[in-house]
Write a protein that binds this ligand. Structure first.
Ligand SMILES: *Cc1c(COP(=O)(O)O)cnc(C)c1O
Length: 371
């Protein structure tokens, strides 16, 4: 009695492909018998976790037999104070990815559509398609979001627009004036998601803080995460900030205990670790300069980035280069799933990790692999 379970799945789900994560270090060590491996593939924080966050998570293990505080009271209170908004504007997530999913499940279904850009974060098409909604993908301009095209692409059934600022995997950003002009054009019944996973790294003067638009445009949801600059990717915690009305809706859909006790405790602690955040930013900007100077010395181009990663552009197909880098013990991220077959996304590492990556590229160049 063979049952075709595939046919049972929602139509949107049938068309999905599993998300391709960066290759884990241990996997490469197993496969190639390498001992020393550098992973610059998942935009993780190369400093390791904040010691304050680790101590807090460890202490929180004593409460492991209890369910977490489903309201996230302490964390919301602290975030509210820090960001100048109210507690009832937050939606906590198991990573901000969880919040993006909640947004799709709350506002989208078969019969509605979402707009996002070509080369935008891969989670948007997954979240949209999984709930059976239609994706409207606008062509990129210079590898970035074309906001005029996005505004023009909004249709009567469009309920959500997703914008990553800075964008992953390209690393480029939308400045305050462009974003502001775009928001003024979006109908008020369309939700605009401003995904700010990398905002802490975007140290440019004209970079817009999405929260400053919230009072004027109540249709905005800003999402942020503790995974990148705050170094807690493995604990899974992020959040959305929106109007209280939108937060109320998202919180109805949210699984009540979606954020663990150690994750909330670590997040509370790292918010007090100013030194850690500053070091994250410093290591990132030094590493970005190091890598980009190295690329230039090798005659390679890249998309200028304000994130903690950079998309290197190769003169050839990126997959053989990716494979050859693996043999050198350097894991980076191919972005073929983004329709960028000639790019490799490289996360900024510590100085010696960046050096290792550049040396491996130098070797491949001398071997003609980069031709
Ligand atoms: C990494 C990332 C996220 C979220 O990651 P979480 O770990 O789920 O918080 C969200 N958006 C973009 C663009 C990202 O690159």
């Amino acid at each position: 009695m063979a049952c075709d379970v595939f046919a049972l799945a929602n139509v949107g789900v049938q068309g999905l492909h599993p998300y391709q994560p960066g290759k884990p270090i241990e996997e490469l060590q197993r496969e190639l018998g390498l001992t020393s491996v550098v992973k610059l593939a998942s935009n993780e924080n190369p400093l390791g976790p904040s010691p304050l966050a680790m101590a807090a998570a460890q202490a929180a293990l004593k409460q492991s037999h209890l369910y977490p505080d489903a309201s996230g009271f302490d964390l919301k209170k602290k975030l509210a104070l820090k960001l100048g908004v109210s507690e009832n504007q937050f939606t906590l997530g198991n990573g901000s990815n969880d919040v993006l999913d909640l947004i799709a499940r709350t506002f989208l279904s078969a019969g509605s559509s979402a707009v996002f850009s070509q080369y935008a974060f891969i989670v948007y098409p997954i979240a949209v398609q999984a709930v059976g909604a239609r994706a409207i993908v606008t062509p990129a301009k210079n590898w970035g979001h074309d906001l005029d095209a996005m505004a023009a692409a909004i249709e009567p059934d469009t309920k959500v627009v997703f914008i990553a600022n800075p964008n992953n995997p390209t690393g480029n950003y939308l400045d305050r004036a462009s974003l502001s002009a775009f928001l003024a054009k979006v109908p008020e019944h369309v939700i605009v998601v401003l995904d700010e996973a990398y905002i802490e790294f975007a140290g440019v003067e004209d970079f817009p803080d999405g929260l400053t638009f919230l009072s004027k445009y109540p249709n905005i949801i800003v999402t942020r995460t503790f995974s990148k600059a705050y170094g807690l990717a493995g604990l899974r915690i992020g959040y959305g900030v929106s109007s209280p009305q939108i937060a109320d809706l998202l919180n109805r859909v949210r699984a009540p205990f979606n954020v663990s006790i150690p994750a909330m405790s670590a997040a509370l602690a790292v918010l007090d670790d100013d030194d850690y955040l500053i070091r994250s930013q410093q290591v990132n900007s030094a590493g970005m300069q190091q890598l980009c100077a190295g690329f230039e010395a090798l005659g390679l181009s890249y998309i200028p980035s304000v994130g903690n990663f950079v998309a290197l552009e190769l003169p050839c197909d990126a997959m053989p280069v990716y494979q050859a880098l693996l043999k050198e013990g350097v894991i980076v991220r191919p972005v073929g799933v983004y329709q960028m077959p000639k790019h490799l996304r490289i996360s900024i590492g510590l100085e010696h990790e960046n050096t290792r990556c550049l040396n491996a590229l130098q070797k491949l160049k001398s071997e003609g692999v980069l031709d």
